[in-house]
Ligand binder design. Structure first.
Ligand SMILES: Cc1ncc(COP(=O)(O)O)c(C=O)c1O
Length: 437
């Protein structure tokens, strides 16, 4: 690296800190200049393998060709019209595409800019449809940073610090975390116990006939890639049906090809009433969707749902192309996911720091513990492994209630050889941290 180049990144970092709010934390100090597929290049000319995927956005990699081509064409048509003022075809076409793939029948859609907005609007829609106030969400969940979605979110640090009071009528139930079942209970009891937790909530805190929606992630993302047992998700469906509650499936992180199916909930054989998509939808453009059963989606009065930029034309054409690409890549993604999970199991065997390997498809994670018996969080070690990997040119994210999980979010289109090399680097990085303890 030349001195001139190094000065450039140092100058940019100093500038950043002077003008960007402290609350907006950036995981690395890298300034990125270019990106393609699974690779990033920084302003100092270094290359990195990117398994962060813009926190789960880049399911088809950086700048997928069909998305870039569609955007170029759209640039010559129109950039913004506002769907609340004019109709335009890409918005309708995207809703048709989602109807075709959604895990529920005859879906109608509305589009927004972020995952949090999709969840907010799911809650509004469920309330309008049921006439009820309360919402049940889960411990260890993440649904966004707006006041309502923050209120649904089941992790305090750092998201909620200093932002009280939260929205009322939100009730949090336990989520089955098979690696950390309550003491004295086996893994098999984890799902039924969590369902009992909801029943207890209905007796102790909120009557089920006051509950508009149960909002859940089919695999908890920020929570550390926790896959619940099938019976738990099926139990949620049964409870929702029994009490007339709208079941809201937050697929913002797990959806759209990430788990080798279009929607993560397909793994559980359950149909939700509303499904929220975002992150991967636009292939890098900001767009989110709320898709649901027509009678629920049509419950709020006309004009009550929308937003200036929601379903922006550029984002819609990007999403249309990206959904096609995801669909065409599902099988390759499933094969890649299998290879990742096999290799992670080998890594677990080789490294005592690895307590658990879990995930579905290309949504895989390692949980690090200091002692496999006590499962004491190895948060510092996980951070050290992340730093070691970065020194070796590999970028990964952490997650989890105890910040001791490394999660992998590769493009499902990533060449298997490149993924294998990345996992070798992860293996070496874990080894380096273990040796230094
Ligand atoms: C499951 C889930 N829901 C909602 C959100 C919020 O999405 P956004 O950051 O686009 O508002 C996230 C973001 O990480 C998420 O993982």
């Amino acid at each position: 690296m030349t001195i001139a180049k190094r000065r450039e990144s140092e100058r940019l970092r100093a500038e950043r800190d002077a003008v960007i709010a402290r609350s907006v934390r950036t995981l690395t100090d890298l300034f990125i200049e270019g990106a393609s597929g699974h690779t990033l290049r920084d302003v100092d000319g270094r290359e990195f393998t990117d398994l962060t995927g813009g926190i789960g956005v880049l399911t088809t990699g950086h700048r997928p060709d069909p998305v870039v081509r569609a955007l170029r064409q759209q640039l010559d048509r129109y950039l913004h019209l506002c769907f609340m003022v004019f109709n335009y075809e890409p918005y309708v076409a995207l809703a048709k595409a989602l109807r075709g793939i959604a895990p529920l029948p005859d879906g109608k859609s509305a589009f927004f800019n972020s995952g949090a907005e999709a969840i907010e609007n799911a809650v509004k829609t469920a309330r309008a449809s049921t006439g009820r106030p309360a919402i049940v969400s889960f411990q260890n969940s993440f649904h966004g940073r707006t006041l309502l979605t923050l209120s649904l979110t089941g992790k305090y640090q750092p998201y909620k610090v200093g932002f009280e009071p939260f929205a009322p009528e939100v009730y949090q139930a336990p989520f089955p975390y098979h690696y950390r079942c309550p003491p004295g209970h086996s893994e098999a009891e984890c799902g039924p116990l969590a369902l009992e937790g909801i029943e207890r909530l209905f007796h102790a805190q909120v009557a089920p006939e006051k509950v508009a929606a149960i909002v859940f992630e089919p695999i908890q993302g920020e929570g550390g890639f926790i896959v619940p047992p099938k019976e738990f998700v099926r139990g949620l469906r049964e409870l929702a049906t029994k009490h007339g509650i709208v079941l809201v499936d937050d697929e913002v992180q797990a959806g759209l090809g990430r788990t080798a199916r279009m929607f993560a909930i397909e793994h559980f054989g359950v149909q939700p009433d509303l499904v929220c998509t975002a992150k991967a939808l636009g292939g890098g453009l900001p767009i989110s969707g709320l898709t649901g059963r027509a009678e629920i989606m049509d419950a709020p009065v006309p004009g009550s749902i929308g937003g200036t930029f929601g379903g922006n034309p550029l984002a819609c054409v990007a999403a249309l192309e990206n959904l096609r690409l995801i669909e065409a890549s599902l099988e390759a993604g499933a094969r890649l996911g299998k290879a990742i999970s096999n290799r992670l199991e080998e890594i677990k065997e080789a490294h005592p720091l690895v307590g658990d390997v879990r995930g579905l498809g290309c949504m895989q994670a390692l949980e690090f513990v200091r002692d496999p018996r006590t499962k004491e969080s190895a948060r510092e070690e996980a951070k050290a492994i992340q730093r070691e990997a970065r020194e070796r040119g590999l970028l990964v994210l952490t997650a989890g209630m105890y910040d001791n999980v490394i999660r992998l979010l590769p493009p499902i289109t990533m060449p298997p050889e490149a993924m294998a090399r990345a996992l070798d680097v992860l293996d070496e990085s874990i080894g380096a941290v273990e040796r230094s303890r």
